[in-house]
Design a protein around this ligand. Sequence first.
Ligand code: MG
Length: 250
Amino acid sequence: MILFQSEIIRFLQSRHYDRIDAKAALIDMDGTLYDSMRNHTAAWHRLISELGIPCTRDEFYLYEGRTGADTIEMFISRGFGRHATDEEIQRLYHLKTVYFSELPPVPPMPGALEMVTTLRDAGLERVLVTGSGQNSLISRLDTDFPGLFAADRRITSRDVTHGKPDPEPFERAMALAGVTPRQSIVIENAPLGVLAGHRSGAFTIAVTTGPIPYSEMQAAGADIIFPSMEEFAHSLPALLQAMAVTINPL
Ligand code: MG
């Protein structure tokens, strides 16, 4: 039995695809390319607590992937029983980015550079798909991942009407790269991002890089789960090889 073949066959059968024809990798940023979630959850927790709305630091890990506007709307609704105004969304999201920038700088996720380099060497296009609109990280991509994410292959919160868990960000990424779901793989670290990838029809890889348990990734529809980015990067050549040779036996 080829490594990872059972996961690939289960995916092919559930989708009625003949085979995966991987041409593009649609890659999340926070918690996937950068070890940034500790800072994001701290900044959100400070912001929402200062509004007097009860919340816990850990719950923000579960909201990862949502746009800032969606998160603010959820908490204004929870705390005050009304919708957030556009002015509030802009002001509070700006404040969140200020709180984020006051924290120590985030490092690239260990293993992420190797992962993206392996995808490039295998001939896959890379498209960034992030719910973030924070330039502080997006602008570092060219330095930390040189030549690996073209400027016109990036979907951010500014490019979508509906953020993750809606499939729109991944669908837009497929359109950018000119590929179909069968030609795409999604790489994510958060349940809402995994759900968005699953809904887009692409083979969806979950990598746990924070406190989120396997069961949440499974429930969100992950086709395969790796316990760390380093482990995933190490396994990626074998996974790509298995995709290349595995056909739906039905
Ligand atoms: Mg993420």
